[in-house]
Design a protein around this ligand. Sequence first.
Ligand SMILES: Cc1cc2nc3c(=O)[nH]c(=O)nc-3n(C[C@H](O)[C@H](O)[C@H](O)COP(=O)(O)OP(=O)(O)OC[C@H]3O[C@@H](n4cnc5c(N)ncnc54)[C@H](O)[C@@H]3O)c2cc1C
Length: 297
Amino acid sequence: MQPFDYIIPKDMEEASALLAAGNGSVRALQGGTDLIIRIRGGFVRPERVIDLKGLPGMREIRTSPDGWLMIGAACSMNQVGLHPTVCERYDVLAAGANSVASYQLRNRATVGGNLCNASPAADTAPALLCLDAVVEVYGPSGARRIPVNEFFTGPGRTAMQRGEFLTSIHLPPPAGPSHGVYNKLGRTKIGDISMVSVAVNCRQAVEGPVWRIAIGAAGPTPLRAPEAEASLAQDTSPEGVARAAELTAAAARPIDDIRGSAAYRRAMVRVLSRRGIESVLAAFQAAPPASPAGGLA
Ligand SMILES: Cc1cc2nc3c(=O)[nH]c(=O)nc-3n(C[C@H](O)[C@H](O)[C@H](O)COP(=O)(O)OP(=O)(O)OC[C@H]3O[C@@H](n4cnc5c(N)ncnc54)[C@H](O)[C@@H]3O)c2cc1C
């Protein structure tokens, strides 16, 4: 492996200045489960690696006074996937985090690294799209927030500018009962990168059910399926579920690669989305919302 300088910045300002100084020769590091492998393989050759894990708040999960949940960018998958608040209020994210590789890898891999790597197959991305998450980045102009649906700009690319790095992920308080599921298909039953995945979430807001469906590994970025979401808000009959699954498959933009063909991926998006919607409906039937207002159509 090509040698590099390993630097622990003393604060956010120094981290940003160090990242801004390099022109592709400086890389941020968290768990290293993507970066170190890429360095070892010679795909990236940084001269400096900036370890962000120790910066304030990066490994914390806490609820803000306004009810939003803040997840530090360097929280491990296990920290997120096993956190009581995440499991209770944002079950779709717990499912995404817990689907990553193995328990050992989840101790090291971070949710922020997963997003910043910007793989279309990143397993926490569909869940965060479903939850309308907002990410916070820090850079030369200070902190700024970006809705997660604007964060991914292409394979391996994000909306972060030079000198910026991800500091935290923010989840709005669920406005009513909420259920979500994450269905992932890999080449092996566990421990593989997604060939295709679908997250489905529904929250019972006062004004009615709010559905979210997001697709992984079937487009240049993780994708939402807004037409399917709108259709489900009107109709969750068996025919409505089948229509929403069709609309989700139509929203996918898969390619052929070593993990699967585009046609197979699109077919599996249809299957995984139908199963996901059915699971969410079954969860609401098992634990119906306390108030009849805004019941499922
Ligand atoms: C065996 C194996 C199995 C895997 N299985 C899965 C899987 O099932 N699902 C899945 O989604 N992924 C999987 N991965 C990929 C990887 O584990 C995850 O993407 C992980 O979440 C990356 O987090 P990390 O902290 O290790 O990132 P790192 O490797 O530290 O960083 C990843 C990238 O993000 C950048 N970066 C890191 N932190 C920041 C920051 N705060 N701000 C800006 N840029 C930053 C780095 O410079 C690097 O480019 C697997 C990897 C391995 C080795």
